[in-house]
Write a protein that binds this ligand. Structure first.
Ligand code: FAD
Ligand code: PYC
Length: 416
């Protein structure tokens, strides 16, 4: 809400002018916080943690419209890997994987990382060529990667069918042994506890409804619980990034889509690795509780409703039946959806914005869980120093005008 001095109000009354330059306004109230982070998901909480831990910035509030970790962070299928194609992606995701490897110790909170290996299946000659190229690219970037033929896939994952009698037989797979799964809500809680212990305020049920600026510089956020002044505002609201950016007059090149997943009833341990298939399209692992965890491609329409179409789930189950006929007897326990925001090049934005003091982190789409540590780590650097870290510099907003896109549709490994 604009504030005017008595002098400017009197002048407005005399002239009927309602839009005097900002110079005539009385000063904004003192900012309550150095940094307000919008979004209490994994990335927002990790950002708060690293701001406090790595940069000594503790005068921070995380404002969350719902409850802590009620968004994608606790709705995802928890797959962690760093086997992306391009150098820029390999660098930021591998940094994330290294942080994951020390995270339980770092946070003194068991995030239950299990590096049981992630296989990305190849079902066509084109898949095989593209996959081997990716293995080579990964190795050049110091990312562990192997190529397995069909028998190698069967040896690594005995329940899988490699029958040649199906429409898309398994011809081989890439394998990243350091890939795996973790417990998603533990990650959010671990970062939240670590940030809280360093003085960060975490405010739940507080929806940001506006972003206030004076002379091109952010001064705080309007919320459902009143105005919160801040020198810097960081938007990390996956799925709703464009809504928030619009409050600051920015139009983002991102689209919001539902992404669905489901679990079976708990089974005895039967599957000790993660399998992803882009061609028949399903990804699957078994949780420590015994549930088969399955994920889908995005629903093709835009939506903010945290649910999607039944036909998408039917397609996942059809793909599952081809790869694991034995699982046809497992019963579905529950399914759910989240809203992911997707960039045209299937890569994220971790960036300053044209508004001074306003930063944005979004567009991780279907693959941001694995990036939670590196997203928070690089974003904290960007906010604290007002300049990107070399790891996230390529993921700036201006790549959509410069044309320096980082197209990871293949390695995103989830249908877009
Ligand atoms: P979120 O947890 O969604 O946090 C954003 C927060 O912002 C939300 O809590 C929301 O309430 C809040 N917010 C929104 N608007 C406002 C507002 N106006 N004011 C205040 N707060 C606001 N990635 C992987 O790497 N591996 C996977 O296996 C994987 N599987 C997935 C499966 C599914 C079904 C889904 C939905 C996603 C999956 N992802 C996966 C993607 C991953 O979950 C996301 O990229 C990542 O969690 C997004 O970052 P976040 O945790 O901060 O998001
Ligand atoms: O990016 O690895 C991934 C992923 C798996 C499931 C959804 N996204």
């Amino acid at each position: 809400m604009a504030r005017y001095s008595i002098f400017s109000l009197a002048r407005n009354a005399l002239t009927g002018h309602r839009d005097w330059p900002e110079l005539w306004r009385s000063p904004e109230p003192r900012p309550a916080y150095e940094v307000v982070i919008v979004g209490g998901g994994g990335h927002g909480l990790a950002t708060a943690y690293y701001l406090a831990k790595e940069h000594g910035v503790t005068d921070v509030a995380v404002v969350e419209k719902g409850w802590l970790a009620g968004g994608n962070i606790a709705r995802n299928t928890t797959i962690i890997r760093s086997n992306y194609l391009w150098d820029e992606s390999a660098a930021i995701y591998e940094h994330g994987l290294k942080l994951w490897e020390g995270l339980s110790r770092e946070l003194n909170f068991n995030v239950m990382l299990r590096q049981r290996g992630v296989m990305n299946l190849a079902h066509t000659e084109h898949d095989v060529r593209e996959s081997i190229r990716r293995v080579n690219a990964n190795r050049l970037n110091g990312v562990d990667a192997e190529w397995l033929d069909a028998e190698g896939v069967k040896a690594f994952c005995p329940p899988i069918s490699i029958s040649p009698e199906v429409r898309y037989p398994v011809l081989g797979a890439t394998l990243q042994r350091r890939g795996g799964v973790a417990r998603h809500d533990a990650v959010a809680w671990g970062y939240a506890r670590g940030a809280d212990a360093r003085g960060v305020d975490i405010v739940q049920h507080c929806e940001v409804t506006g972003i206030r600026q004076v002379r091109g510089r952010v001064t705080g956020v309007e919320t459902s619980r009143g105005f919160i002044g801040a020198k810097k505002v960081a938007l990390v609201a996956a799925g709703h990034s464009s809504v928030l950016a619009e409050m600051a007059g920015l139009r983002l090149p991102v689209e919001s889509h539902p992404l669905q997943a489901m679990v079976s009833e708990p089974l005895k341990p039967v599957l000790d690795c993660v399998i992803m298939s882009n061609a028949v399209h399903v990804y699957i692992s078994q949780s420590d509780k015994g549930e088969l965890v399955l994920g889908a491609g995005i629903d093709s329409f835009n939506s903010y409703g945290q649910r999607g179409g039944l036909h998408v789930l039917e397609d996942q189950l059809a793909a599952l039946m081809q790869l694991f006929p034995a699982f046809s007897r497992a019963r579905l326990l529950r399914s759910w959806g989240g809203i992911v925001d997707v960039c045209p090049d299937a890569s994220p934005i971790v960036s300053k914005t044209p508004v001074e003091g306003l930063y944005i982190n979004c567009g991780w789409g279907t693959g941001g869980f694995k990036a939670t540590p590196s997203s928070g780590w690089t974003f904290a650097h960007t906010i604290a120093r007002d300049e990107p870290h070399p790891l996230n510099a390529p993921f700036a907003l201006d790549r959509f005008t410069s044309g320096a896109l980082i197209d990871e549709h293949g390695a995103a490994a989830v249908a877009h």
